[in-house]
Design a protein around this ligand. Sequence first.
Ligand code: SAH
Ligand code: SF4
Length: 354
Amino acid sequence: MTADTLIDLKNLSPDELSGLLAEMGQKPFRTKQIIRWIYSRGATSFADMTDLSKDFREALSARATISDLQAEVVEVSQDGTRKYLFRLADGQTIETVRIPMEGERATLCISTQVGCAMQCAFCLTGSFGLVRNLEAGEIVNQVCAALKDGPINNIVLMGMGEPLHNLDNVVKALQIFYLAEGFGYSARKVTLSTSGLVPQMRELGQRIRVSLAVSLNATSDAVRDELMPVNRRYPLKELMAACREYPLQSRERITFEYILIRGVNDTPQDAKRLVGLLHGVKGKVNLIPYNEHEGSSFHAPTPESIEAFQTYLLNRDIVAIRRASKGQDISAACGQLKGQLERAQECLPAPESK
Ligand code: SAH
Ligand code: SF4
């Protein structure tokens, strides 16, 4: 068999993996054993799996492979943020960002697509359009690679791409993140951020548990239509209804990301409308000062308007956190991930509107 026809075990959901092993005549406990090898010990070859019989290892090698990603470039910021550039099997590139938190903690920001189809007016990734979805293995391998630089406490699906536009592969990757014998993350430690694809938000809630973040970024349909074309399909009323209905456990909340853009969505009227929108929603707000980038006509807010916006929310008992943007000196900050610019431009697709 050629490499092309071999199954990458990292593309299989846990159920699909047990299915394959059952088909090969193996007992159920083998699934856990193999999961431990791949995701807990980082094995990339069946030869490493010394507690499996030689025959079984050979049978596995004939059918399957275990993919791996090695960073082509790692940039390290003054604040310790690391940006990894990975080249995929077909030559496309994606970026992953490791953000140091207090103490020894770290959050990993991973990509789910090469580019993004959503065309948000303020986002560099969005300006290149969608090249393709990532496979489950390509999503998972970003974590495998970054773990070599130390433990990762939280995973956020906030890199390149709209995760709910690649729902099947994202759900598979989440299932893998949660495997007790593997990475062992709980749903509290993994956050998926969406621009607001309402039907897929409902489907996500039915299929798997994950902490949800919604990129809100505006408080009126008129402004949100301009900033985020997805709003023309799923306006604020529908989006907020989907948020109210999203399954949450007792102390969980939805995180609303709100980029403050000078003169566009940072006024006192916006703060007031935001309070109204959040009525009856279990949510908290992350305020993110807009990161300026080349070719964009938007500007970062003044420190005074950030302060005023936050104070207004806090005074109305809304949890509002100001997110410090890290990794700016290496263009690793929110919305600045761009992959290989030339490559993305070569494959500029038609805007998707599914
Ligand atoms: N597509 C998903 C997840 C990736 S985008 C989503 O949109 O939610 C990650 C976050 O970066 C989003 O909250 C987006 O609003 C924000 N972002 C995009 N461009 C930005 C910029 N120039 N400055 C600050 N945040 C930005
Ligand atoms: Fe895509 Fe998110 Fe950027 Fe919008 S903000 S273009 S959804 S990556």
